[in-house]
Design a protein around this ligand. Structure first.
Ligand code: ADP
Length: 321
C-alpha cells in the first residue's frame, strides 16, 4: 500500500447561519459613530489643559454607570437598593457653591469667568443663575449707557450681574475692586429673597455693595412707586428652551408680556434698556418705542461673547446713541 495514499485533506467549510439579535448592529454602528466625537472631546480637553493650567473639565450633571451590570444588594425588606452614586472628586466641585448650584453648573462651568470675571474670589450662583446671568462683558457694555451719577433700577436683578456693572470703575475692569468713579446708584429689585442674598454677596466681592439698594419684591407692584434715570430690564426668557422657537415674540416673556413690562418701566424712566433673546422679533421690539408720544429714540445691538451670539440689547430714549 502506497505510503501516504491518503488523499490530501481538504478543510471542509460549512457556512453557519448565525441569527444576530437585531439591536447588535445598531449598537455597534452607534459605537463606531461615537468614536470620532469622543476623540475630538478628549483632544479639546487636552489642549485646554495645556493652554490653561487652571482649566477643569466641565461637570456632568449626572454620573451614569458605564456598563449595564450593577451588583445590587437586597435590603432586609427584600427590596433591591439602588447602588450608591459615585461621588464626584472634590477638586471638580465648583468652590463656594451650594450642592444644587454646583450640580447645575454643568456645561456653564467653563463660562464662569465670562459670567463673573471675579468668580474665583468667591462669587456665588444658584441653579438658574448659571444659565440666566448676563455675561459680564455684555452687562458692562449695557452699563456704559447709564449716565454718570444717575439712578438705575435693575428690575430683575437675579444674582446681581447687571446691578454690579454700572458701579464698576471703567478704568479698572478686571480688578473690579477700586469702584465707582461713576457715582451711580442702583436699586436692584428681585422677587426671590435667596437670589437677593447671592446678589448682595456678589456685590460685596466686587466692592459695590454700598451703592446698591436691594429690594425683595415684585417689580410690577413696585414700579408705580419708583422714579429713576434709567430702567434696566433683563426679564425671564422662560428658561433655556427659549432658543428652540424660530421667532421669539414679546408675549413669551415671563411673568408678563413685553408690552406690559415696557409700560411698567416707562412709569419709572423714559430711558430703558432691555436684554432679550437673540431670536426676538426685532420689529416688535422697535414698536415698543411708539408706545410713547413722541416715540422714543431706539437702537438695538447684537451681543457676542467669544464669537457666540448671546442676545440682543434694545436701548430706548437717551440710552440709545
Ligand atoms: P430666565 O432664565 O427664564 O431668563 P431669569 O432667571 O433670568 O429667567 O429671571 C430673572 C430674574 O427675575 C430671576 O432671578 C427671577 O427670580 C426674577 N423675577 C421673576 N419675576 C419677577 C418679578 N415679578 N419681580 C422681580 N423679579 C422677578
Amino acid at each position: 500500500m502506497a505510503k501516504g495514499s491518503a488523499t490530501p485533506t481538504t478543510a471542509r467549510r460549512r457556512a453557519i447561519a448565525v441569527a444576530l439579535p437585531t439591536y447588535v448592529p445598531h449598537r455597534f454602528l452607534r459605537l463606531l459613530a461615537a468614536i470620532p466625537k469622543i476623540a475630538r472631546r478628549r483632544q479639546r480637553q487636552r489642549s485646554l489643559i495645556a493652554a490653561s493650567p487652571s482649566f477643569r473639565p466641565p461637570l456632568r450633571t449626572s454620573e451614569k454607570p458605564r456598563c449595564g451590570i450593577q451588583s445590587r444588594t437586597p435590603s432586609p425588606t427584600g427590596e433591591v437598593e439602588a447602588p450608591p452614586k459615585p461621588k464626584r472628586p472634590e477638586a471638580e466641585q465648583p468652590p463656594h457653591e451650594e450642592p444644587a448650584a454646583a450640580a447645575a453648573a454643568g456645561k456653564y462651568w467653563t463660562h464662569r469667568h465670562s459670567l463673573f470675571s471675579l468668580y474665583d474670589r468667591g462669587v456665588r450662583m444658584d441653579a438658574e443663575g448659571w444659565y440666566s446671568a448676563t455675561p459680564e462683558a455684555i452687562a458692562a457694555a449695557q452699563a456704559a449707557r447709564a449716565s454718570p451719577a444717575g439712578l438705575v433700577v435693575d428690575a430683575f436683578a437675579g444674582v446681581g450681574g447687571n446691578s454690579i456693572q454700572p458701579l464698576r470703575s471703567p478704568g479698572n475692569p478686571v480688578a473690579g475692586i477700586s469702584v465707582s468713579c461713576r457715582g451711580c446708584y442702583v436699586i436692584a429689585v428681585e422677587i426671590d429673597p435667596r437670589k437677593v442674598e447671592l446678589a448682595r454677596h456678589n456685590a460685596r466681592i466686587y466692592g459695590v455693595e454700598d451703592m446698591i439698594e436691594f429690594v425683595v419684591g415684585d417689580f410690577f407692584r413696585l414700579a408705580p412707586s419708583l422714579k429713576a434715570d434709567l430702567v434696566f430690564l433683563s426679564p425671564p426668557w422662560g428658561g433655556p428652551s427659549y432658543s428652540q422657537t424660530p421667532i421669539y415674540t414679546l408675549d413669551m416673556l415671563k411673568p408678563k408680556d413685553g408690552y406690559t413690562l415696557f409700560q411698567a418701566a416707562q412709569k419709572i424712566a423714559g430711558n430703558i434698556i432691555m436684554f432679550l433673546p437673540r431670536n426676538v422679533d426685532i420689529n416688535q421690539v422697535e414698536e415698543l418705542s411708539w408706545l410713547c408720544s413722541p416715540p422714543l429714540d431706539f437702537e438695538s445691538e447684537e451681543n457676542y461673547v467669544q464669537h457666540r451670539f448671546r442676545g440682543i440689547t434694545a436701548y430706548f430714549g437717551n440710552a440709545a446713541w
